[in-house]
Design a protein around this ligand. Structure first.
Ligand code: ZN
Length: 140
C-alpha cells in the first residue's frame, strides 16, 4: 500500500512543478499580492474576468513548495467560476483547515490539503494564496 505521505508529497510536487498557471500575464483585470512572513512566501494573483466569470487565473511568486503548489491548485479550482462561486469555495477551504465540515465536491482537488490541517506552520503557507484571493473578493 502506498504511504499517505508519499501520495501527499507527489500531489504537492506535481503542482509545484506544474507551470501552466504561473507567470504574470500581459493583461488582467484584478491583481493582489500576499506574503507569509513566517516562511518568506510571496504570491501575486492575476485574474481576468469575462461574462461574469473568472476566465483566467495566473500567479507569480516564490516560496516553499506548499505555498506555490497551493497557488497552482487554487488557480485550477477557481478558474471558470463566478466570483460568488469562488467566494464559496474559498470559504469551504478555510473551514476545512479549521477542521469544520466541508464539501469535497465543491473543493475538488483543493480538498487534498485537508491532510495538513494539523500543521499550523504549514497552514500559513497553504492558505496564503487563498487569503490573497479573499482580499480580491472582499474588494470587489
Ligand atoms: Zn511556506
Amino acid at each position: 500500500m502506498t504511504d499517505f505521505n508519499d501520495l501527499y508529497s507527489d500531489f504537492i510536487m506535481y503542482h509545484y512543478k506544474k507551470n501552466d498557471h504561473r507567470g504574470k500575464p500581459e493583461s488582467y483585470d484584478l491583481c493582489e499580492k500576499g506574503s507569509n512572513l513566517s516562511c518568506g512566501d510571496e504570491i501575486t494573483l492575476y485574474l481576468s474576468l469575462e461574462d461574469g466569470r473568472i476566465s483566467r487565473i495566473r500567479f507569480d511568486g516564490h516560496g516553499c513548495t506548499m505555498s506555490q503548489s497551493s497557488a497552482s491548485v487554487l488557480s485550477e479550482v477557481l478558474e471558470g467560476k463566478t466570483m460568488a462561486e469562488a467566494e464559496n469555495i474559498v470559504r469551504e477551504f478555510e473551514g476545512m483547515l479549521r477542521d469544520e465540515r466541508f464539501d469535497d465536491e465543491i473543493l475538488g482537488e483543493a480538498a487534498f490539503f485537508e491532510g495538513l490541517k494539523n500543521y499550523p506552520l504549514r497552514i500559513k503557507c497553504i492558505t496564503l494564496p487563498w487569503l490573497t484571493m479573499r482580499k480580491i473578493l472582499e474588494r470587489e
